[in-house]
Design a protein around this ligand. Structure first.
Ligand SMILES: [Zn+2]
Ligand SMILES: [Zn+2]
Length: 169
């Protein structure tokens, strides 16, 4: 097994020996549309099976996200593992449905950075909240209710109770 101790954005097929390639990495990367706040740390195995490549890997990192409720920035932890079969795009039958565990590559290069980018995007939840019990922003005064309390709700409650009392009169 050949071991390379750094991240490779592009992997040339000839870099993958018969016995396989093991990439081990722990570095800061620049990834499109994603702001990383820590290194990408992990490892990936590339194994040649005839003309296909079997890809097996795992990594951790942290990215910047905005909370949907309070709109504050927070670091979101990503802990991912993946398993794919890489096929040359020429072998793709257009009528064939794309299977989720199959990826295609062009020419003699595998864009590993793209694969990691995709994996990160897949991990971002549809709804992003900084914490389960984030109190969000008060629609009345715009204060971040995680940091400070506001008196809007109380006022509303008072009005509500006053109305109830008036109704009962
Ligand atoms: Zn929040
Ligand atoms: Zn308020």
């Amino acid at each position: 097994m050949k071991i390379i101790n750094h991240f490779l954005d592009i992997i040339h097929l000839k870099d993958i020996p018969e016995e396989g390639l093991n990439l081990v990495f722990d570095e800061k990367k620049v990834i499109e549309d994603v702001e990383l706040v820590s290194n990408i740390k992990g490892e990936t195995f590339f194994e040649k099976v005839r003309e296909d490549i079997i890809l097996k890997g795992e990594f951790v990192t942290d990215i910047h996200l905005n909370c949907d409720r309070c709109l504050e920035d927070f670091a979101f932890h990503i802990d991912d593992n993946f398993f794919y079969t890489l096929l040359h795009r020429e072998k793709k039958d257009e009528n064939e449905e794309t299977e989720p565990d199959i990826l295609y590559f062009d020419g003699n290069n595998i864009n590993f950075l793209d694969i990691i980018h995709e994996q990160i995007i897949l991990q971002i939840p549809l709804k992003t909240v900084c914490k389960e019990d984030c109190k969000g922003i008060c629609p009345g005064c715009g204060k971040n209710l995680n940091i400070e309390e506001c008196s809007c709700d109380k006022k509303d409650d008072n009005i509500f109770f006053e109305k109830l009392i008036n109704l009962k009169k």
